[in-house]
Design a protein around this ligand. Structure first.
Ligand code: PLP
Length: 436
């Protein structure tokens, strides 16, 4: 059921479908955050999408700020992407054999992200991070890995330790079913805390294979790296012979063509991708220095495989998406849109005196319902999730689809028009005034 007093939309068909789904799938969903537990109420069932808009099964239309959690940066039904996928689908869904499209997408990523000299495609971000860590362990001959609390790198056992995203939303510090033996080598430190990293390395100087980090932490809302944090990670890992892995599943091809590493001018040893590089079809990838990637089978001894890896439809969608993004001026256009929205909401926060803060980087943003400074997961947890939930439903009612959790980032797309973003600012303003 929906929170009282917030909901005037007709969502009756969504409710009926959710009743059925709950009998068939745990929580009625195939990924926890979709169940709206972070905001209460039943999820909206979607039927189709076009450009910047989503349409639900009751015929409601929403301006989309979720974008399937990141991939749909061009908006839905982008003609070149559609054509590429249709064309590939006619030629064969999957062969389990090499195709030229894999090299095409590999080249597009390698040409866009200089730290990546060789790449391996997989099917999800989870597979990308899991495999990159296996590479790091194989290459260094070390076992321990370091992650940051509140950073989410997918649902591999060893990484479900103080993870963000759905885990944060559900308030699970960890997950049952993950044996302690699989996480004993996972060391967790606070985000943005370079002293903590130095301490971990001085405790285990020869045992840490890699540090994995979201260069912008986007699974606990949107936490920006403080100046010097990522630079510090680069320095410390290099000095101890450990690898630095940037998990750019979210930020890759989103905050710049070359991801966050381009914006901060840091060269990680390995990078994980997902989301945008598949244009909305299931893809992940990991890549990095040739010398490191050479440990991957069949060239090297580290085993990693996949029946559907490099899937022709996914490669086609990825190639068409990256070709569009590589056209001159695209990221400037995206930045303009994002700034338009950001300046508007910042002004609204100032004018209304709302107890909230706005964080933005490139075409990603988050409205936190707290004014306390936010640098790590502990800070994020101070946000008022009840006020977020009220804001979420009020936005939905006005036709804006936001991530149903305070702990998720919002996304902009090239399909959104300036006028639509100006209207969004007005909607935020009227809700914050009501809340005040
Ligand atoms: N890494 C990051 C930074 C992510 O945001 C996500 C998913 O949101 C993942 C990894 C896992 O990707 P997937 O959901 O495709 O397995």
């Amino acid at each position: 059921q929906l929170p009282t007093g917030e909901q005037k939309l007709n969502l009756s068909r969504s409710h009926a479908l959710y009743q059925e789904a709950q009998q068939l799938m745990p929580g009625g969903v195939n990924s926890p955050v979709r169940a709206f537990r972070g905001v209460g109420g039943d999820p909206v069932f979607l039927e189709r999408a076009e450009g910047p808009y989503l349409y639900d099964v009751d015929g409601n239309r929403y301006l989309d700020f979720v974008q399937s959690w990141g991939p749909m940066i061009l908006g839905f039904g982008f003609p070149d992407v559609l054509d590429a996928v249709m064309d590939a689908s006619k030629r064969g869904f999957t062969f389990g054999a090499p195709t030229q499209a894999e090299s095409e997408l590999a080249r597009l990523v390698i040409d866009s992200v200089p730290s990546v000299e060789m790449i391996r495609f997989v099917n999800s971000g989870t597979e990308a991070t899991m495999s990159a860590l296996r590479v790091a362990r194989a290459y260094t001959g070390r076992s321990k890995i370091v992650k940051f609390s509140g950073c989410y790198h997918g649902h591999a056992d060893m990484l479900l330790v103080q993870a963000g995203s759905g885990v944060a939303t559900l308030g699970l510090p960890d997950s049952p079913g993950v044996p302690r033996e699989t996480t004993v080598n996972t060391l967790t430190v606070p985000y943005n805390d370079i002293e903590a990293i130095k301490q971990v390395f001085s405790t285990y100087p020869d045992e840490i294979a890699a540090v994995i980090v979201e260069p912008i932490a986007a699974n606990m809302g949107l936490v920006l790296p403080v100046p010097g944090f990522l630079e510090g990670l680069r320095e410390v890992t290099a000095s101890y012979g450990s690898l630095l892995i940037f998990d750019e599943v979210m930020t890759g091809f989103r905050v710049a063509l070359g991801g966050m590493q381009e914006r901060v001018g840091i060269t990680p040893d390995l990078t994980c991708f997902g989301k945008i590089i598949g244009g909305g079809l299931p893809v992940g990838a990991y890549g990095g220095r040739r010398e490191i990637m050479q440990v991957v089978a069949p060239l090297g001894p580290m085993y990693q495989a996949g029946t559907l890896s490099g899937n022709p439809l996914a490669m086609a969608a990825g190639v068409a998406t990256l070709k569009e993004l590589r056209k001159p001026g695209q990221y400037e256009r995206l930045e303009h849109k994002s700034q338009l929205l950001g300046d508007g909401i910042t002004r609204v926060l100032h004018d209304t005196g709302a107890d909230a803060q706005f964080v933005r980087l490139g075409a990603m943003f988050c409205l936190y319902f707290t004014r306390e400074p936010i640098h790590n997961y502990a800070d994020v947890k101070q946000a008022d999730t009840a006020r977020f939930a009220s804001y979420f439903w009020s936005m939905l009612e006005r036709g804006y689809y936001l991530p149903p959790s305070q702990y998720e980032s919002c996304f902009l797309s090239l399909a959104q028009e300036d006028a639509q973003l100006e209207e969004t600012v007005k909607a935020v303003e009227s809700i914050l005034r009501q809340q005040a």
